[in-house]
Design a protein. Structure first.
Lengths: 93, 275
């Protein structure tokens, strides 16, 4: 995100990061998680699952753990979990 | 298939995972509403043994079969009478009716009206997919005017029900409408409805990609975009203005939230004193 000036508390704020877990064989390939992810971290994979659908794969690590894919998935096939962020000391100075 | 690090979905404790994958088509919204309902059950923090899920016949009626709670899959249209009976027999239970528009409003319409009139302390979740999905896409009481179905190939000549108005007019004390894409508001609304004393009714608009979408040339993804773009969130809107017309925009929100005594309380007050 671009700001016209950096907010004063940029260094203090910890952005929550998430990790996406996909249970491939439950997916029916509706694409809702891919279409509605606000950070666009998912895409269709090339490979097939057991039922012949293309499950999503994570393409970038922008997940902010908003859980929207988890809420929207009709198949209970995707969920996110918060990951511990390592303190970035070098940015503070 | 035992994996070293088995992935466990957060709602796994509430689903009968051995029955997954469920029968709902790819792109069907019932699964999302179902998961919102389960999240709401988790969020209330009430003991799972204090919940019962009742559903009638139809696609969404399968919900009762997938939930790891005490549940009933009842005869067509009779989900609300079963729920009322359970609530009367054991008032400590939180009774959730999870069913579709055809089941609750076509064959079970009268039961709905009278449960709302009595203000039975149950939560009714109606998944409105605008059509009879399971039986092959016949015109339903909620199919919008001029929409195509298997039995109305030239467009539906009739006017659909305005479900929140009907619920309000019959005496429901909590009425809300959301779509499946507003899942956070939906979950909050379910939590509110479960905690609400009296008859709570939530209509959830959901896409039916196979029987409604295919005949009306709407892909399920476009239907969701339509839900996102052509809806207006307006709490406390006049229930008479809530008819479904995508061109005009569909009004969502919480429309009614009033406090009225339930039949149990009235019975205690009026009849039990005389005995």
């Amino acid at each position: 995100m671009k700001y016209w000036r950096a907010p004063l508390d940029t260094n203090e704020i910890q952005v929550i990061r998430g990790k996406v877990y996909i249970i491939k064989d439950r997916c029916k390939g509706c694409g809702y998680c891919i279409e509605f992810c606000p950070r666009e971290v998912l895409e269709f994979s090339k490979e097939f699952n057991v039922k012949g659908y293309h499950p999503p794969v994570v393409k970038s690590d922008g997940c902010l753990n908003c859980h929207y894919c988890e809420l929207l998935c009709p198949e209970f096939a995707i969920y996110t979990k918060e990951v511990e962020v390592v303190e970035k000391e070098e940015h503070a100075g | 298939m035992a994996k070293a690090n088995q992935k466990v979905h957060p709602l796994e404790e509430l689903i009968r995972t051995e029955r997954l994958p469920h029968i709902w088509c790819p792109g069907c919204g019932v699964g999302t509403v179902f998961s919102a309902c389960l999240s709401a059950i988790q969020e209330t923090g009430i003991d799972h043994k204090k919940f019962t899920m009742i559903s009638g016949i139809g696609c969404s009626g399968r919900g009762a079969g997938y939930v790891k709670l005490d549940s009933f899959h009842t005869t067509h249209g009779r989900a609300i009478p079963f729920a009322s009976g359970i609530k009367m027999a054991n008032p400590s239970l939180n009774v959730i009716v999870f069913s579709g528009d055809g089941d609750l409003f076509a064959i079970g319409g009268n039961h709905f009206i009278h449960a709302a009139r009595r203000n039975m302390d149950i939560t009714v979740i109606c998944i409105n997919n605008f059509i009879y999905g399971m039986t092959g896409g016949q015109v339903a009481a909620t199919t919008p005017h001029m929409d195509r179905s298997a039995t109305t190939p030239y467009g539906n000549p009739e006017t659909p029900f305005n479900l929140p108005l009907m619920a309000y007019a019959s005496g429901a004390t909590y009425v809300a409408r959301w779509t499946m894409i507003h899942s956070r508001d939906l979950t909050d609304s379910f939590v509110e409805a479960i905690n609400h004393r009296g008859f709570s009714f939530i209509e959830v608009l959901s896409p039916c990609p196979i029987n409604y979408g295919r005949r009306n040339k709407i892909k399920s993804l476009n239907m969701l975009k339509m839900f996102a773009d052509n809806t207006i969130i307006k709490n406390n809107a006049d229930p008479a203005q809530l008819d479904i017309d995508f061109k005009k925009g569909i009004v969502l929100g919480k429309f009614v939230d009033i406090d009225k005594p339930t039949p149990d309380e009235n019975y205690e007050k009026i009849c039990a004193m005389r005995e």
